[in-house]
Design a protein around this ligand. Structure first.
Ligand code: UGA
Length: 409
């Protein structure tokens, strides 16, 4: 079966790879010529464990191109393009562009929207372009995208046309996951509700972490562990830290909050979760001032920032809390040095980019761990007594005198 994938960002690429692995002939379309040329040669366009190998192994099942015409014979075409939030509202222009390109090339294939879109989007484009659209949101995390796509907890399929829904369900049959068949609108909202709930869970724990910091003897990690043993709470997404970033939670929480407002429903819990997340940066600056303990100022202080990616196992820096922290440190007139094992850091002004964590730590008066890369676990040994702010709770020994960890009283 021939399948098209329009958009070759993280989700587009892992979807294309997993489908190719399971025997589908996949045509991936990206308007970025360099990207499609690289992928056609078997060169990965982003970092995530396993992607490079999987691309090489399945290359013969895949075509990468900028030309929508290559989708001519596809039986199903997945749209996996960005849906950014612009001025607090979702921007659907890339979806429209994809719909136009697909419709010119292929009138019969089932169009599937996998991008995150506000409820009503599939119906709207379905009416405009005169074809059925299936909503099939994804629940894939960067860093573990291949595994999440191949074995998702659940597959959600929204459609108003049973036959199109059946086709999409059959495509994912290899995953052997629970399938929820529903309306397009429910499918679209399930995605937002899931992301907003996960983001809220993290913000909730960050608020508990704030409280712990005022209680000698309290530790948010112990509290999260015990809470997670309750099956109703579950142990996932309870890790307090620098807050959530990336290309999904920040934009999706804003989009659903403003969507609710437009419909006359204030999403006050989601708004609070966003506020708690935004406050993580200021709190970390305050913690750094306390740790350095010199005139309550970071002016001229050499701050080493370990981690720029928005989470570990990715090179993605989009909406990274670490980048926001670096910018705030610069505003505070600190001298900032950074290191990240994978992220590209060329776009940061006034920042010294180190090639190793050792150099970054050596050149600093104070160190802040901002991304949960495993290799930062030995920072305490390398820092030789310098103050360390562990915003990701990567260092296991919480008792060192120079260690200021999030959520410890
Ligand atoms: C998120 C969702 O987890 C996916 O289910 C969804 O498919 C995806 O968005 C999307 O909409 O495309 P992602 O943003 O790739 O995935 O990564 P997460 O693992 O969710 O991490 C997001 C942020 O939350 C990171 O900055 C991470 O450091 C932070 N986080 C995560 C915490 O601070 N604490 C936690 O317990 C978990």
């Amino acid at each position: 079966m021939k399948i098209g994938v329009v958009g070759l960002g993280h989700v587009g690429l892992v979807t294309a790879l997993v489908l190719a692995k399971h025997g589908y002939e996949v045509t991936g379309i990206s308007k970025d010529k360099k990207k499609s040329e690289m992928l056609a040669k078997g060169e990965p366009t982003l970092y995530e464990p396993g992607i490079e190998e999987m691309l090489k192994e399945n290359l013969k099942m895949m075509i990468f191109s900028t030309d929508y015409g290559r989708l001519k014979d596809a039986e199903a075409i997945f749209i996996i393009v960005p849906t950014p939030t612009v001025n607090e509202r979702i921007d659907l222009s890339y979806i429209r562009e994809a719909m136009e390109g697909i419709t010119k090339a292929n009138k019969k294939g089932v169009v599937v929207i996998k991008s995150t879109v506000v409820p009503g989007t599939a119906k709207r484009f379905s009416g405009e372009f005169g074809r059925n659209i299936v909503s099939n949101p994804e629940f894939t995390k960067e860093g573990t995208g291949l595994e999440d796509t191949e074995h998702p907890n659940r597959i959600v399929i929204g459609s108003s046309d049973e036959k199109s829904g059946n086709l999409v369900e059959s495509i994912w049959a290899f995953a052997k996951s629970s399938v929820v068949r529903t309306t397009n609108e429910n499918a679209e909202l399930i995605k937002y509700a899931s992301n907003a709930f996960l983001a809220t869970k993290i913000s909730f724990m960050n608020e508990i972490a704030n409280l712990c910091e005022r209680i000698p003897g309290a530790d948010v990690e112990v509290i999260a562990k015990a809470m997670g043993l309750d099956e109703r709470i579950a142990p996932y997404f309870l890790k307090a830290g620098l807050g959530w970033g990336g290309s999904c939670f920040p934009k999706d929480t804003k989009a659903i909050a403003s969507f609710g407002k437009e419909l006359g429903e204030r999403m006050s819990i989601i708004e609070a979760a966003i506020k708690v997340n935004d406050d993580r940066i200021g709190r970390t600056i305050e913690l750094a001032k306390k740790a350095y303990n010199k005139n309550n100022s970071l002016m001229g202080v050499k701050v080493g920032v370990l981690g720029i990616a928005f989470k570990n196992n990715t090179d993605d820096t989009r909406d990274s809390q670490a980048v926001k922290l670096v910018n705030r440190l610069i505003e505070e007139k600190a001298e900032v040095g950074v290191y990240d094992p994978k992220a590209k850091i060329d776009a940061m002004d006034n920042v010294k980019v180190h090639k190793s964590k050792e150099n970054c730590i050596k050149g600093s008066d104070i160190v802040i761990i901002t991304t949960e890369w495993e290799e930062f676990a030995d920072t305490n040994v390398l820092a030789k007594g310098k103050p360390i702010i562990d915003t990701r709770r990567i260092i296991s020994s919480g008792s060192a005198k120079n260690l200021y960890a999030v959520g410890i009283g």
